[in-house]
Design a protein. Sequence first.
Length: 284
Amino acid sequence: MEEKKYNTKEIEKLFEVGAHLGHKKNRLHPKARKYVYKMVNGVAVIDLTITAEQLHNAKAYLIDAAKTGKNLLVVGTKRVASQFVQEYCTKNGIPHITTKWMPGLLTNFETLSKNTKKMIDYETGKADGSWEQFVKHERTKMQKDLNRLKRLYGGIEGMKNKPDILFIIDIKREKNALKEAKQNGIPVIAITDTNTNPDTVDFPVVANDDSPSSAHYVIESILSAYVVEQSEPAKATKPKEVAKKEIKKEEVKVETAPKAEEVKKEEAKPKKATKKTVKKEEKE
């Protein structure tokens, strides 16, 4: 019997946040039917046992990716998720796009790098006072340009290379991101509702992506696995270093016992006469 990759608590939590509520029958994608438990009042009810297993697989994949140092890019411009994604990813240093996917972002990565560099140069110039040499209307124009660049590239300024993995919220909305990922051979993890085709994604998690509570729970559950695994190696190095230092201290303190042969030799050696022993002998 195949071992289950989920627990009942996970299913209960998914049900609690409303992850089981799909779309109406007229919006149900044919490829998503196999993930539907049943139809209730014309609405698809997602089989959460499948969702829980998909969630487990996605997290396991990200844990392995974090161990090997692979980079993740999160794409979530959907209104119910964008603010949450921005706050969570900014806090944990994960590259993200929450306003607009720029066409050709992956296929023309060099242009992206130039724009992010321009944005960083603008920010540096403004901070160190270099902008003061320009007249007022030029500074205003530069500020507008900086605001535009920050809106489009603000979450990916630290991304030096193409991402190794994409995590997409709503593949229907982010169809361009999915298309470019496929063209570049980049694996995709995605939350796929019942109005999309989950088979187009490497690691789909079929769940309600229209509800903030459902979307936020699944996003945090997936990303937390990546974040925790990234921080584990740093924590693990400290105890080892301490252990080595303690061993060295012990080696200094411990004195080796003399060997039996050395003890016998020492006993066999004649004792040197001292003044006290000489006086005793004279008296006798």
